[in-house]
Design a protein around this ligand. Structure first.
Ligand SMILES: NC(=O)c1ccc[n+]([C@@H]2O[C@H](COP(=O)([O-])OP(=O)(O)OC[C@H]3O[C@@H](n4cnc5c(N)ncnc54)[C@H](OP(=O)(O)O)[C@@H]3O)[C@@H](O)[C@H]2O)c1
Length: 248
């Protein structure tokens, strides 16, 4: 029970990696506030996991983030961990991308990290071993066609992660995961940026040194490590988890 009685907020909990992370944290004894917009998937997850509450809302809006922190304090009395997974792609090259898609992508992938951290930090500072974990991407280091807002937001998320690690040490640890291609709905949406969707996913798989796509569970194992005591000398780090694709 690596997270026994730890209170965690998990964003993007209704799908893919955030869902697998929620399941992994619950298995280790965490109490969870789960966030997403899809009420049906959120309620289905809550019915599976003990000590979990689903709060629906758009994470790109400041008020949703404040609501998540309030829910943690009202229902569980404290907050120990925030796991920031919600993300969107905002596909389109710089010329074609609408201004509103640019802002929506930055607000979802980057501003939400600032908003949730802003409201959570006063409570995380009171916790024993407060922890912030950001789900960035290899897109912070390697660019893909038609992903300008995505790449920019994921790189900026790493800068924000490092800044918060400096600012709030030694009380709080702040780290990021940088996944490569993981088999989730977002990966298949991302492949729409290429001419042939199936070929793009197959090419991504073949470009990994380990010759497979990641699974949400692969990422959940790293997330559990980074928020638990097992990683208690790691902060300000961006950990690549990509089947070796950045070295291929
Ligand atoms: N899959 C990959 O290959 C890959 C690689 C590197 C990094 N990542 C990153 O990993 C994270 C998780 O992605 P995933 O692959 O697991 O994708 P996914 O299965 O599509 O899940 C995305 C999650 O984000 C939530 N979300 C999106 N916009 C939101 C908004 N405005 N308000 C509230 N929730 C919102 C979605 O919830 P609702 O639909 O309920 O709103 C969903 O739970 C993302 O940050 C992504 O950028 C993914």
């Amino acid at each position: 029970m690596k997270l026994k009685d730890k209170v965690c907020i998990v964003t993007g909990a209704t799908s893919g990696m955030g869902k697998a992370i929620s399941e992994a944290f619950a298995k280790e004894g965490a109490k969870l506030i789960l966030s997403g917009r899809n009420v049906e998937r959120g309620e289905a997850l809550v019915s599976q996991l003990k000590n979990s509450i689903f709060i629906s809302g758009d994470i790109s809006e400041e008020a949703t983030n404040e609501k998540l922190v309030k829910a943690a304090i009202t229902n569980f009395g404290k907050l120990d961990i925030i796991s920031l997974n919600a993300g969107v792609l905002g596909l389109g090259n710089v010329v074609d991308l609408s201004i509103s898609t640019w802002h929506h992508t930055l607000n979802t992938n980057l501003s939400s990290i600032f908003y949730l951290s802003k409201y959570a930090l006063p409570y995380l500072l009171k916790a024993n071993e407060g922890n912030i974990l950001i789900n960035s991407s290899i897109a912070a280091f390697k660019s893909f066609p038609n992903h300008p807002a995505y790449c920019a937001s994921k790189a900026a998320a790493l800068a924000l992660m490092k800044q918060m690690a400096v600012e709030y040490a030694p009380k709080i640890r702040v780290n990021a995961m940088c996944p490569g291609p993981v088999n989730t709905p977002l990966l298949w949406d991302s492949a729409k940026a290429f001419e042939n969707i199936d070929a793009a996913v197959e090419n991504a798989k073949n470009a990994t040194l380990l010759q497979r796509l990641g699974t949400p569970e692969d990422i959940a194992k790293l997330a559990l490590f980074l928020v638990s005591e097992d990683s208690n000398w790691i902060t300000g780090s961006a950990i690549t988890i990509d089947g070796g694709i950045l070295n291929s």
